[in-house]
Design a protein around this ligand. Sequence first.
Ligand SMILES: Cc1cc2nc3c(=O)[nH]c(=O)nc-3n(C[C@H](O)[C@H](O)[C@H](O)COP(=O)(O)OP(=O)(O)OC[C@H]3O[C@@H](n4cnc5c(N)ncnc54)[C@H](O)[C@@H]3O)c2cc1C
Length: 454
Amino acid sequence: MSVDTVSLTGWGRTAPTTAVRFRPRTHEEAAAVVRGRGPRGVIARGLGRSPGDAAQNAGGSVLDTTGLARIGGVDAAAGLVRCDAGVSLERLLRVLLPLGWLPPVVPGTGRVTVGGAIGSGLTGLDHRRSGSFARQVSALELLTADGEVRTVLPGTALFDATAGGLGLTGVILGATLRLRRVATALMSVSTERAGDLDDLLARFTAGGDRLPYGSAWIDLTARGRATGRGILTRGDHAPPNVRPAHAGRTLLRSRSGGPRGRFSLPGFPPLPGGLLGPASAALYNEVRYRGAPRARTGELRPVPAFFHAPDAFPDANLLYGRGGLVRYRFTVGYGQEETLHRVVRRIAARRSPAVRAVLQRFGAADPGALSFAAPGWSLALDLPAALPGLSRFLDGVDEEVATAGGRVCLAKDSRMRPETAAAMYPGLVDFRELRARLDPTEAFRSDLSRRLGL
Ligand SMILES: Cc1cc2nc3c(=O)[nH]c(=O)nc-3n(C[C@H](O)[C@H](O)[C@H](O)COP(=O)(O)OP(=O)(O)OC[C@H]3O[C@@H](n4cnc5c(N)ncnc54)[C@H](O)[C@@H]3O)c2cc1C
């Protein structure tokens, strides 16, 4: 096991703190880290892609799971695979796709671990159909505060608290995942340009869930009649008959390594270098919007290029300058579209240099007390953390979201107030009770849990 003392941040590069990092290679080594923790406790960390401070523990221990990286054989009859928590979704995709399987839920980046996906309540592009990543877990192994490993099954209070539980119930060591059968490694993709937010929402809901995967980019720099304009991208797995009869199998084999390759993304210009300002962001967004087709259907894209487009820009977080970035992700229910409109108008009116803004639709809520997803719209956007007055501005947006019965995603957070989090997550009371029973000495702690009093 490797051990070092390091300064850590999330993907947003805000609020670095120092911790002792342990990288165990076996479950026994991981248990020894938890048993030998110091007074500042321990927190699990995957690939550190959560934008905020969820996987940091100032002055304490951080258990890096990336050394736990075995993938078991696929149970083809049951459509299941068992893998260690430190396996990345990118690697899982590379292994599974040639066999004709897809991980249960695929997010907008492959550079996250299975443990991080469960612990952060990760959602994919087809939440209305599949729920969050944790909903497709049929069992997990959890290392708890007493140093014991428990098998935890869906439908139990401990499972629900661990799904989206931000590592605060223990360290997930491994999980059994349900898989989806796919005939090819290609997606059939439809792209539409929408002239404003109403148009975008209408297009998103039109056609129901015929194309199960969907997300939209919103131009948060457009104003006036174009406020909330965007590009809607939806897709489904291409059937084998879109190519000559043998192509399905061939493509499953040949394109599986895609996430590492360079993507050619239509309408996705290179990001401007240097610090992102209002003018460069508006220019970038204009080029991106105009570069997208007005309407196109049936475009074929490799699975990794469809799902993991942001991975083509691995250093996109450096664009936001030395202060890093704040990712603000919130959800409001169907029927609360006016709140979405107001938030988009506020960001646009402020001339915020927002180039990344992703709108998604959620289905049924996930059971976890701290789970983020609930039926409605979700908008995620990145802003430079150094923007003057950003904290006050986002506090105001928090209020709008809370008043509409919505919530801000804890796994992405780096700035919320504890009372706001408590108001948005009424299940926090039960979560704290369960933790107090399971982990009375608070073995599992993070900068996020201390900041928000989780
Ligand atoms: C470009 C980009 C795109 C993204 N797209 C999406 C998206 O589409 N959908 C989405 O939901 N999120 C998305 N995210 C956010 C991010 O991917 C998730 O938060 C992700 O799950 C983090 O995984 P990780 O392995 O990096 O975990 P970390 O960031 O290291 O940890 C995240 C949380 O999970 C806990 N955790 C990690 N490992 C374990 C474990 N083994 N046991 C228990 N708890 C654990 C940590 O304690 C922490 O609270 C995106 C992020 C980036 C940078």
